[in-house]
Design a protein around this ligand. Sequence first.
Ligand SMILES: NC(=O)c1ccc[n+]([C@@H]2O[C@H](COP(=O)([O-])OP(=O)(O)OC[C@H]3O[C@@H](n4cnc5c(N)ncnc54)[C@H](O)[C@@H]3O)[C@@H](O)[C@H]2O)c1
Length: 444
Amino acid sequence: MNGEITRRDFMKNASAAAAGLSLGGAVFSAKSYGRIRGANERVHFAVIGVRSRGAEHIKSLSVCDHAAVTHVCDVDRRYLDESAALVRERSGRVPVREKDIRDVLASKDVDAVTIATPEHWHAPMAIWAMQAGKHVFVEKPCSHNPAEGEMLIRAQQKTGMRVQMGNQQRSSVHTQEAIRKIRDGIIGRPYYGKAWYSNNRSGIGVGREVPVPEYLDWELWQGPAPRRPYRDNVHPYNWHWFRHWGTGETLNNGTHEVDLCLWALDVQYPKRVKSTGGRYHFDDDWEFYDTLVTGFEYDDRMITWEGKSCSPMPDHGRGRGVAIHGTGGTVILDRNGYEIYDEDNVKTFVYENPVRDETLGLGGGGPMTDAHFQNLIDSIRTGEALRSPIEEGNVSVTMLLLSNIAWKTGRTLNLDPETARIRDDGEAMKLWGREYEKGWEPVV
Ligand SMILES: NC(=O)c1ccc[n+]([C@@H]2O[C@H](COP(=O)([O-])OP(=O)(O)OC[C@H]3O[C@@H](n4cnc5c(N)ncnc54)[C@H](O)[C@@H]3O)[C@@H](O)[C@H]2O)c1
């Protein structure tokens, strides 16, 4: 802690920003955008949440042009130490280490933050960061609930900061090429996008309440989420499977593939969402399904998402991917390449990436992530268009959060396709937002 700013000061400043007042004073005068002008200047990044995906952020930023990781931040001292060593190994630089993101945001030396924490923190941190004048790379899913997605977009519009979501396949060259071919009519009129993901995850057992380990700040880990006692099967990683902090496999991995279907079919929100599935494989604390099938219906096309957390059997020989079916054929696409089939199911084209991107690995690093970061850096420095600006990234996230709501309520959701809000179902709309720990509510 550098002691420059207390949480109280922070919230005061954040509210001032929310009210559209100038932040003015010493703490948040970060006009970092104006500072990054010279061709040789680097964008200074703080990586927040540095264990698995955050470590990949550090690796990617170390190979990007015009970038430097100047700060690392984590509430678990073990990972903070490891990440500082990783920055040093990759760049020769010794980063500033912080436990509390508010201390990072108070630093004028930071231009941008990357957020790879558990998901209950994503939107609140991204909103604070924007209000503090920082650009943002926020991991998918950008939010924990649909209301937070709306807040993120409002905050971005108010502050004008650059906000990229971590659905890195938007920066994959072969994917861009495949989508271009689909848009140009190679499979006629595309009308069905099928997205899938398969993994062989183990169970998480039944957790016990235990004392908080000395290396972890459980209060800061929880942040905006209402307080709960510490349990031994939540941190790290398994928070994904608890509704209080996570969003299940659907947001963990469906976000990537459903986003590709939206892109290929050139659609946004559907008019109807239906989900079916359950927790079949293990009997444990896991609160979501391990098997889920969701249908998103449009007037003249559809998308399906099938997530299998505990059965690694691939589809089309691929552990994750999409099939885009059209009136004149099909495209099969994943992170490692794509195939085109004509209307008689004859394969007419194959592309395979020379460098394979990880599919089942937890961190998901590789060339696509590198390119996705470079796009954000170029956007900050030169104004280049973002490949996954928050208002676009938020579409697949909101759809998949609605898939969770449809599953949880066991009901078909009819949507307003303009806003994605659920029509005529007050019970389901109760799940649009969340309860916050008092004093930690995000304010835009
Ligand atoms: N784009 C991708 O391909 C991809 C791949 C993997 C994970 N992810 C996303 O990245 C996020 C992180 O996933 P993970 O697997 O690395 O999780 P993890 O649990 O392994 O790591 C999260 C880290 O955040 C830290 N943390 C928690 N609260 C914090 C706080 N208030 N301030 C700072 N640090 C805090 C934890 O201590 C931990 O080190 C998830 O949202 C996940 O969906 C994206």
